[in-house]
Write a protein that binds this ligand. Structure first.
Ligand code: LLP
Length: 414
């Protein structure tokens, strides 16, 4: 459930008409609903209430300081993949001891930064990383808490770019090689082996690969216990899908039940790293129609948002619903909604039935996750502002970039 609804024929976010936001802050603009994020987090918390757990929000999905601050205030932990994300979490008031650090390539300075901050755990993805981390921890006189990210070799049945749990993917340590890696880790003096981790992919709409992966990883946990390596937590990653169009993703309660049943009777704390499911449907990209180009073969509506603002459609062929902010009764046609960027791939939606006129506002839905964070300045386009709504209040949580922002740091020798 989210808080983007029509009230008296005007699309609103909570109690604020999107049109008012467009008029106040201009377009394109990302708009988030605080109540939706809070609700999604609560649903997840309740689903996991039966077991010892920590929800580590995957910062990469949306790393605005206000979103991180909101989640920190709800007691969330965080899953980070860079020193930059760690700095954001701490700046937003997140607790270091609730941070897990994922990623296939961590720099030594990032390892040091995370050790100094006192994070909860490093999710280590290779044997080479184990020795590097041991080195860095030793040089700082610390012990690094580690969990190994294992690659369980299951097919998550999602888009190939966001599937991560097959052995041909770059992620994690192959499950067959994991025991040897754990023995190596246990022998390294500056590491404290505390858990195991996996993440098989994103936008999962079927629980069976997830169940298989959990089972395989728990079998590993048992084999390790037989060798005297006793783990304290299992991190099941993120990946729960959302509805963009007609998907039927599992509810957090079903997801939690699946892991819960497998974990029953074990003394393992459960960590999860959801991103999309918490924030995806809590955001829209608001855009205005610049002009209409109807033609015999195809009708184009050119809007002021583009692939640099929302990359998902062109990168993954992803579907995002597009809604009129003030619907019109007549004049429906089939439109391709495209941006001004000089690429044929610059589209936000194809073959959408809409009644639109120049100047109308449209809301591109489900843009709260992997939206702004993947935006770029391609075509020297400043990135959009981000606005967070709480009830009747709107907060500008990131200003629109200016052209000066774009040039900052550039030098010419001529
Ligand atoms: N944990 C790890 C280790 C991850 O790699 C990811 C996502 C997550 C958690 C969070 O996954 P989520 O719950 O959000 O599915 N840009 C793509 C998604 C890339 C996901 C990368 N890893 C998209 O727009 O669909």
């Amino acid at each position: 459930m989210d808080h983007f609804n029509y009230q008296a024929d005007r699309l609103c976010v909570e109690d604020v008409p999107l049109e008012a936001i467009a008029q106040t802050y201009g377009t394109p603009a990302y708009v988030y609903s605080g109540a939706t994020i809070r609700r999604h987090f609560d649903v997840f918390e309740q689903a996991l209430a039966g077991q010892s757990h920590l929800i580590c929000y995957a910062v990469k999905a949306n790393s605005n300081l206000a979103i991180l601050g909101l989640l920190a205030s709800l007691g969330a932990g965080f899953d980070i993949v860079s020193g930059g994300e760690l700095t954001r979490v701490l700046r937003a008031g997140g607790r270091a001891d609730r941070v897990v650090f994922s990623g296939v390539g961590k720099r030594r300075d990032e390892m040091a930064q995370a050790l100094e901050a006192g994070i909860r755990c490093f999710n280590v993805e290779s044997q080479a990383e184990l020795t590097q981390l041991n080195d860095v921890a030793g040089s700082l006189g610390r012990r690094a808490p580690v969990s190994l990210r294992v690659n369980p070799d299951v097919d998550a049945k999602t888009h190939p770019y966001i599937a991560t749990g097959l052995k041909q993917n770059k992620f994690g340590i192959a499950i067959d090689a994991a025991e040897a890696a754990y023995r190596q880790a246990a022998d390294l003096p500056h590491l404290d082996v505390c858990g195991v981790d996996f993440h098989i992919g994103s936008q999962l709409t079927d629980l069976s690969p997830f169940r298989d992966a959990t089972q395989r990883v728990l079998d590993l946990v048992d084999r390790l216990a037989d060798q005297g390596i006793v783990l304290r937590h299992l991190d099941a990653g993120g990946g729960l899908g959302i509805r963009y169009r007609n998907e039927n993703p599992p509810a957090p309660a079903d997801y939690a039940r699946t892991v819960g049943e497998l974990l029953q009777g074990r003394d393992l704390e459960l960590l999860v790293e959801p991103g999309r499911v918490l924030v995806g449907n809590a955001g829209v990209l608001l855009t205005q129609v610049l002009l209409l180009k109807p033609a015999d073969h195809r009708n184009f509506a050119v809007v002021d948002a583009a692939m640099n603002d929302l990359l998902r459609p062109t990168l993954y062929d992803a579907y995002h619903d597009i809604l009129p902010v003030s619907p019109r009764e007549d004049g429906h046609k089939i439109w391709d909604i495209v941006g001004p960027v000089c690429e044929t791939g610059d589209w936000l939606g194809r073959e959408r039935e809409l009644a639109i006129q120049t100047g109308d506002y449209l809301a591109v839905r489900s843009a709260g996750a992997y939206g702004f964070v993947m935006a770029s300045n391609y075509n020297s386009r400043p990135r959009p502002p981000e606005i967070l709504v709480e009830g009747e209040q709107m907060f500008l949580v990131r200003e629109r970039e200016t052209l000066d922002d774009l040039f900052r740091g550039e030098r010419s020798p001529y």
